[in-house]
Design a binder for this molecule. Structure first.
Ligand code: OAD
Length: 253
């Protein structure tokens, strides 16, 4: 694909870049998004039904097994060309700082080579006690399907139930991650917004903050979203196509 000249020029003129990502970033690695039409769990359950404290309290075995299924799936997929291109942006065309601010709970940005990654919604692999918060590092039994039920293990410190290290609807984002994410978009010259529907707050507010702080906002998403109107430029392509094309255009000079 050919990336529009004004997009390439905007990134070329930037020293600090922030890349705000959502589930679409990992879609081409084989990790399903939450809200695109697809077979599977989200046909029957909306994220708001399952990823909540209420769902956990009602049926911890179901919620635990579903996250473990996702955890297992993520372990067996690879970063895609989009993740690698995000990492490659650091150092091309005068860009000297790239901060990834992701809503994703997978580790594909890190495995794709990015070294400054802020996880707004936590990380699948960071299990912790739901009662005392102690981290839990022991091996866990993995499900064979996404609808299997598995009782969560017990905390070795207090006996409480162990839960996934993710943020659920109704919970606050980790303060440190939010502060770092906000600081990154406020300091950025250009903010790329990749693969998010822009409907879950407060993350969905970051493009607005970025624009208000003077950044050029560029959306990479095959479809229109709730944050499209905030963007100065819209690249209607997938992450694994658009981002490598952008890096290539920057390297060509
Ligand atoms: P969504 O599933 O809401 O949106 C995915 C977005 O990715 C859509 O706008 C798609 O058009 C776009 N998309 C799909 N394939 C793509 C591709 N190959 N390249 C680029 N874009 C693509 O996912 P999020 O916006 O990440 O929160 O959802 C936000 C939050 O809702 C998640 O972090 C999660 C969920 O509930 C929690 O669990 C707290």
């Amino acid at each position: 694909m050919v990336v529009a000249r004004e997009v390439v020029d905007a990134v070329r003129g930037a020293r600090r870049l922030a890349v705000v990502t959502g589930a679409g970033m990992s879609a081409e690695s084989g990790v399903p998004t939450f809200r695109d039409a697809q077979p599977g769990l989200w046909e029957q359950y909306s994220p708001e039904d399952l990823a909540t404290v209420e769902a956990w309290e009602r049926d911890p075995a179901f919620v635990w097994a579903w996250y473990l299924w996702r955890f297992e799936r993520v372990r067996h997929v690879e970063p895609n060309a989009g993740h690698r291109a995000v990492a490659a942006l650091a150092g091309v065309a005068g860009v000297d700082a790239v901060t990834v601010v992701t809503q994703n709970v997978d580790d594909l940005h890190e495995r794709g080579g990015s070294d400054d990654v802020v996880h707004l919604h936590g990380a699948l692999s960071r299990f912790r006690c739901a009662s005392c918060g102690a981290p839990f590092d022991a091996p866990v039994a993995l499900p064979h399907s996404e609808t299997e039920r598995i009782d969560p293990p017990r905390c070795e410190a207090c006996g409480g139930l162990v839960r996934p290290g993710v943020v659920w609807f109704g919970e606050l984002l980790p303060q440190d991650a939010w502060d770092r994410g906000l600081a990154a978009v406020e300091a950025a010259d250009v903010v790329l917004v990749v693969g998010t529907s822009g409907i879950v707050h407060p993350a969905a507010g970051l493009p607005v903050v970025a624009r208000g702080a003077g950044a050029v906002v560029i959306e990479v998403n095959p479809r229109d979203t709730d944050v499209s109107d905030v963007a100065h430029h819209r690249v209607r392509e997938t992450a694994a196509v658009a981002l490598p094309a952008l890096v290539e255009a920057l390297l060509r000079g």
